[in-house]
Design a protein around this ligand. Structure first.
Ligand SMILES: [Zn+2]
Ligand SMILES: [Zn+2]
Length: 167
């Protein structure tokens, strides 16, 4: 996901011309792909990124602040199901010095902002139960008796008994 492959025709840019003193709002959409973020086994990017930014001119410098959000397809670390993960950040804050009259290229900065907002661990819900380490049941969908007292055999899983014989 962090490897960079950015199409130069497809970058996120802002033409820095003189602004009113209160600045201007700049809202729109871009894509993870055009920011150069690549999909991998854990994260797929079928949806656009929404950005809601504010651009302020400070003499020759430009300050760009605001927020980003994107809904990605993510694979749960615990149960391996794919789910929709909403990623948001309102920490966008970049200053571009002596930018007046130039085209500001925000591609790399915005990509870093959104990638930093990805969670370290990725769960479909806070109480995802994941798989049973003994019988492999998806405990969100079914229960198993592995953790019950007395180590009873799980009747729905004949392999559990077989595994014990091998030991
Ligand atoms: Zn899960
Ligand atoms: Zn089990």
């Amino acid at each position: 996901m962090n490897r960079r492959k950015t199409d130069s025709n497809n970058r996120l840019t802002y033409q820095a011309t003189d602004l009113p003193s209160q600045g201007v709002d700049w809202e729109g959409q871009t894509t993870m792909q055009s920011l150069g973020a690549e999909e991998d086994d854990r994260f797929q990017f079928p949806n656009p990124i929404n950005f809601s930014l504010h651009v302020t001119q400070l003499a020759e410098d430009f300050l760009i602040t605001g927020k980003l959000d994107v809904a990605v397809d993510a694979v749960c670390d615990r149960c391996a199901e794919t789910f929709t993960l909403n990623i948001e950040t309102d920490d966008v804050c970049h200053r571009y010095e002596k930018a007046i009259g130039t085209v500001i290229d925000l591609t790399d900065d915005i990509r870093e902002d959104i990638l930093i907002a990805f969670p370290q661990s990725c769960r479909c819900s806070d109480d995802c139960k994941g798989f049973c380490p003994k019988c492999g049941a998806n405990l969100n969908e079914e229960s198993c008796s592995c953790n019950q007292e007395g180590e009873e055999e799980d009747e729905r899983n004949p392999w559990a008994a077989l595994d014990k014989l091998k030991l």
